[in-house]
Structure formats: structure tokens, C-alpha cells
Design a protein around this ligand. Sequence first.
Ligand SMILES: [Zn+2]
Length: 253
Amino acid sequence: MDRKVFKLPFTRVAIQDWQCPTCQKGLLRIKEGTFFSEETSLSKKAHDHEAWDPDWISSVYSCLLECSNNSCKETVSNIGKGFVDWDIEHDEHGYPEQVYGDFFKPLFFHPHLKLISVPENTPDEVKKKLNDSFQLFFSSPSAASNHVRAAIESLLNNLNVNRYRVSNGKRRLINLHQRIDLLPAKYAELKDLLIAVKWLGNAGSHSGKELTADDVMDAYEIMEHILSEIYENKSTKLKALAKKVNKAKGPKS
Ligand SMILES: [Zn+2]
């Protein structure tokens, strides 16, 4: 996963290479004539302040993005916020100079971007929780991380790990950590990974501190590996491995 694509702001001349969520082949580009941005009213009022600087400016924007793949051409709506910061431009002699430039950060995409690849055989309930997470990724990393934790609960349900235990004749919920421990031996290698995602999800729900985009991307990358281990077609993986060995005409390394 190229994290910069989801973390860095974009400018009117250089937008990030977001992959089309529908065909997952083309890249999204701003559809001509659809980009609008305006300074917020509070930001406009602040111009009167004696210490005002252009980097005080904040704005909102909206635009339509279009997939570059001609056989898809999906349209994605996008909104977010803008700000002003130093940018580098080249003068007529080719020397770099610092100028103020407009930068934009997305808050929502609809349909949402797909931040990791999810194997086709993944249970629908797990896919749904991950999609809920991708939807919230740009606007609320903590909420997004919470949904990855929920995806693990669904994953354990799908692997038939008990949700309840009976004690003194009463049915009690088993907590997530204990459920992970109940996984059958063949998933032993995945336990540490699942527990890591659980910790990140816990931080998203309970601590007062907002998680960062990087925290959520940690959870996504671990989740991508877990799902690939459980649901990816093993023969596809072996074929890819054989191809590498054959190409090297010997061991891969
Ligand atoms: Zn597309």
C-alpha cells in the first residue's frame, strides 16, 4: 500500500493517484469544470486581523472524479477541505522559489475508495465492515479503526469461534482477545496479527486520543495479510511462487 497517496494533500495541478473503486484499474482524475472551492466565512473574517497571513486561510471544496479507464469511466464524488501553505515553483530561469499555494485534503469519496485488496472469498459480513471502515477513513481514523475491529469479530464468527460461554447456567459474552485465543491450531500464526488489529481498534473506541491515518493503515495492512492467508486461493499463490522459481531457473533468492 502506497500510504502517501492517502495521506498527502493534492493541488489543482497534481492530484494523488487514487485507484478507481469500481474497476480497480483506472486512476481517478478531476472531471473538467466540476471543481469548486470557497473560503469559509470565519477564514474571510480573519483577514482583518493585523497578524493575518495567507496560511490562515481555510476553505471547502467539492468535485467529481472520473476513472481514466475508458471501459469504466466511473464517476466518484469527492468533498474536503483546503488550506494555504508554502509550495515550490520555478521562476523563468528555472530556479526554485517558495510561493504560497492552495492544497486540498479529501474527507469523503462516494463510492468510497478501496484501501486494501480483499480476497473475493472473504465473507460478505467481513467485507461490509471493511467497506464501512474505508468510507470513514479520511474523515475519522478512530471510527475507521473501530470498524476494522468489528471486521475481526465477523471473521471469528465465520470461522465458528464461540461468542458465548456458559457459566453458572448463564450465557456470557466472550471478549475479543479470548475469542482470538480460541482459534484452532491451524490459525496459530495469525493470532498475534489479530491481536494487533484488536489493540488498534480498542484505541479507536476507548482512548480520548484520535488515531492517525497511519495507525489505521497499520490495521489495514495487517488485515490484508490475514485475509489473504485465510481466503486467498492457495493454488493461485502456489502458481505465482512456481512462476518466480521458474523465472529464476532456481531458488528465488
Ligand atoms: Zn474505473
